[in-house]
Ligand binder design. Structure first.
Ligand SMILES: Nc1ncnc2c1ncn2[C@@H]1O[C@H](COP(=O)(O)OP(=O)(O)OP(=O)(O)O)[C@@H](O)[C@H]1O
Length: 731
């Protein structure tokens, strides 16, 4: 016996096997069976093979047909046809639904109930009452109409009799007039016969048209429903033609009220979803007009009662995705109106476009005025120029490394450098030359990351404190040129472990920490005498940016940060609660984008922060601007170390200063006050003090058993010294 394989080959007869117990389990083929039974080609005349081949052939045909069917069903053409059929069927079904809903709405008080519920959901109780009242009036009118229907048959019968009598009368009167004019009595009935004839013709026409009309009517009705459904777009997106589907999926689809409402509805806030569903206008009442704002649009959303602004703010990512945007393309802020969130939605991809060069670069005539001017810093999200006033303001900018902190701080400093009255003292604790163009512009430029550089930076800031105190002691009405201290990478100073000879640490945040204390003093009192401090710092923590220091800054700006808690440190709780979110900027992609809180920059009414995309001023442009600034000033010799930056001290003047109005003070107290006034007196003892006083002719003396310094003696010594000096000058 031969065996036919599925691929049309014949196997030689199998060896007879002994009958044994039948197993239902499929036997595995014997190892090497295929090779033991060589396959020979099927001969066309082999009749015995035919019946055995029928089963497998049919199976092949079924398999083939199945494959062909699957291919046909899944082919693009078939899918398009399927979509077409589904789409148009759903237009008809949807149209029927819309018409039914309209009919239901027109015949019942559903519309009034819906509007009342919507007004209630939105917390508009006056409006809710108004709709309730209208609903009541509508029901009363409907009741009246129904009552009228009860008496309608009598009225109709009466009207029919009256109408028929009047009609007959009119026809007879017309006939009489006709008969009188023609002189033929038979014309009396002519109008009546004419009317009867007209009715007969009408009936005949209706009889002819009725058949086709009744045949066409259902189709016309379906066409009408289809048109209504199509207009209302009742088919789902997947059933739309490819072009429309693509537009639906398009991340850059324009923002319309319905997209915003749908995005809000699908946020996952049950109360909001229910309220929107109950709103008669599908939620449109929640939205202000959508206005174009820079490279995006802005819309205010008044939330229904029971939904807090906070809940929406927390779902920024979901909202953005519902709007077919990335998270960073949607900004949610809280305007002053109650229960309202302001959404700014970028045009898709627009935030990845550069904003163009700074006016400082493009306009060589740009000038600066410390008091009245504003540095052109960048653009806000609405596309308006964002400018910042630095007048008597301490400045703090934070951000992760390599996100544009130095560049954005430097851009502001370069603008201010164009005002020749401003003195800069700069410490760059990274020291790779980012501030190199200020050589010849700043009076101090310390560059480097070591403890020695921190010590110098600390002394530079203490020098600012000394100058501030000098200005504070100056007679009232004195004016001072602006003095701006800049410490870039200030976290290096706070983290510095170096300790001075007097055992006081340079870094840290202890009461004895020198950098920390100097910064605090400037923050507390520098503004009034135009001594301000700008600091740039990475990755804020409580250790590298203490609370007192961050809260002492008038302008607080932040580039991208890692966490919300860092954002709170950088900008303060109020700003973050109001929507400031530097932690949601994209590291690496949003370089140069800063969120700014505090004063000095115009923040939209009710908002607590503003997001600014700063112009990037690269090194070459920065050098060029610095050259322009140098050309405006008299030559400055920049010290690269603080040695000698503190003004020469005058011990006798300082002793007079600490005595103040006291007629005498114990030497111990004088020494203490001197040490507080200037760190150079910290190592003074009684012998240094009495040596200075003896030399000046104002020696100490004993009063009530204690050694004291006399105010009058010191003042007399100072006067004598001045007199001697003027005598020497005149000689
Ligand atoms: N406004 C901006 N727009 C676009 N890119 C910018 C902008 N500012 C800076 N960059 C880019 O970011 C890079 C890093 O800038 P910068 O040195 O100012 O960062 P940084 O935050 O100070 O870094 P670090 O803290 O590590 O010193 C620049 O070389 C530049 O390519």
């Amino acid at each position: 016996m031969t065996d036919v394989s599925v691929n049309g080959t014949v196997r030689p007869p199998k060896l007879a096997t002994r009958p044994g117990p039948v197993s239902l389990a499929k036997k595995p083929p014997a190892a090497g069976a295929e090779t033991l039974a060589p396959v020979v080609p099927l001969h066309p005349d082999a009749p015995a093979a035919a019946p055995a081949a029928v089963g497998p052939r049919r199976a092949r045909r079924v398999l083939k047909a199945g494959r062909a069917l699957r291919k046909a069903v899944t082919s693009e053409r078939a899918r398009t046809a399927g979509r077409l059929a589904v789409r148009h069927s759903l237009y008809v079904a949807g149209g029927a639904r819309v018409v039914a809903r309209r009919a239901w709405s027109a015949r019942t008080a559903a519309r009034y109930e819906r509007m009342t519920a919507a007004a209630e959901a939105a917390g508009l109780h006056e409006l809710a009452k108004e709709w309730e009242e209208r609903g009541r009036a509508w029901r009363a009118a409907r009741h009246q109409r129904r009552m009228d229907l009860l008496t309608a048959p009598q009225k109709i019968a009466r009207s029919a009799v009256a109408g028929a009598a009047t009609g007959a009368g009119v026809l007879l009167a017309l006939g009489a007039a006709l008969a009188w004019s023609t002189g033929e009595w038979s014309d009396l009935l002519t109008p009546t016969i004419g009317l009867i004839e007209a009715i007969r013709w009408t009936a005949m026409v209706i009889g002819v048209v009725w058949g086709p009309a009744t045949t066409a009517a259902p189709w016309l009705a379906v066409a009408g429903l289809w048109a209504v459904g199509r207009h209302a777009q009742t088919a789902p997106t997947w059933a739309m033609p490819a072009a429309q589907r693509a537009a639906g999926d398009d991340a850059g689809a324009p923002i319309t009220p319905s997209i915003v409402v749908t995005a809000l509805r699908d946020l996952g806030i049950a109360t909001l979803r229910t309220a929107i569903k109950r709103m008669g206008d599908n939620g449109a009442q929640m939205l202000s007009p959508i206005v174009i704002a820079g490279c995006g649009v802005e819309v205010d959303v008044t939330l229904p009662s029971g939904v807090s602004t906070d809940e929406v703010q927390k779902r920024r990512k979901k909202l953005a995705e519902n709007l077919s945007r990335h998270e960073h393309e949607v900004f949610i802020t809280i305007p002053p109106a109650a229960r309202t969130v302001r959404l700014w939605i970028a045009d898709s991809g627009a935030l990845d476009e550069p904003i163009g060069p700074s006016p400082l670069v493009t306009d060589p005539d740009t000038g600066a005025d410390y008091k009245t001017g504003r540095a052109p810093w960048g653009q806000d999200l609405r596309g308006d120029a964002a400018a910042i006033s630095l007048f008597q303001r301490h400045f703090l900018i934070t951000g992760l490394s390599n996100q544009g902190k130095t560049a954005s701080l430097r851009a502001v400093a370069l603008w201010l450098a164009l005002d020749p009255s401003v003195e800069f003292r700069i410490a760059d604790l990274k020291g790779v030359g980012d501030w190199g163009m200020f050589d010849g512009l700043a009076t101090v430029l310390i560059e480097g990351p070591t403890d020695e550089h921190v010590i110098e930076a600390t002394e530079m800031v203490e020098g600012l404190v000394a100058e501030m105190e000098r200005r504070l002691l100056a007679p009232r009405g004195s004016t001072f040129p602006p003095l701006v201290g800049i410490v870039d990478e200030a976290q290096v100073a706070f983290m510095c472990p170096a300790v001075g000879k007097d055992k006081r640490p340079y870094g840290g945040t202890k009461a004895t920490s020198r950098y920390f204390n100097a910064v605090r003093k400037i923050h507390n009192q520098g503004r009034a005498v135009s001594v301000t401090l700008w600091q740039g710092t990475q990755d804020p923590t409580n250790d590298n940016l203490p609370k007192l220091v961050r809260e002492g800054a008038h302008i607080r700006a932040s580039l991208v940060l890692g966490t919300e808690s860092q954002a709170r440190m950088a900008l303060g709780d109020k700003a973050v609660d109001g929507g400031a979110a530097p932690h949601l900027l994209r590291q690496g992609l949003d370089k140069g984008t800063v969120v700014v809180a505090g004063d000095g920059i115009k923040v939209p009414a009710g908002q607590s922060s503003i997001t600014v995309r700063t112009h990037y001023v690269d090194d070459a442009a920065a050098n060029e601007i610095a050259e322009r600034a140098k050309a405006l000033r008299t030559e400055v010799t920049t010290r690269t170390s603080t040695a000698g930056t503190a003004p020469e001290n005058d011990p006798l003047e300082d002793i007079a200063g600490v005595l103040g109005d006291s007629p005498r003070l114990r030497t111990q107290e004088v020494l203490q006050r001197l040490a507080e006034r200037d760190s150079r007196y910290r190592e003074w003892t009684f012998s240094e003090l009495s040596a200075v006083l003896d030399a000046a002719g104002a020696p100490t003396y004993k009063s009530d058993g204690r050694v004291v310094v006399s105010r009058d003696r010191v003042r007399t010594a100072l006067e004598n010294r001045r007199d001697n000096a003027s005598d020497n000058d005149s000689e």
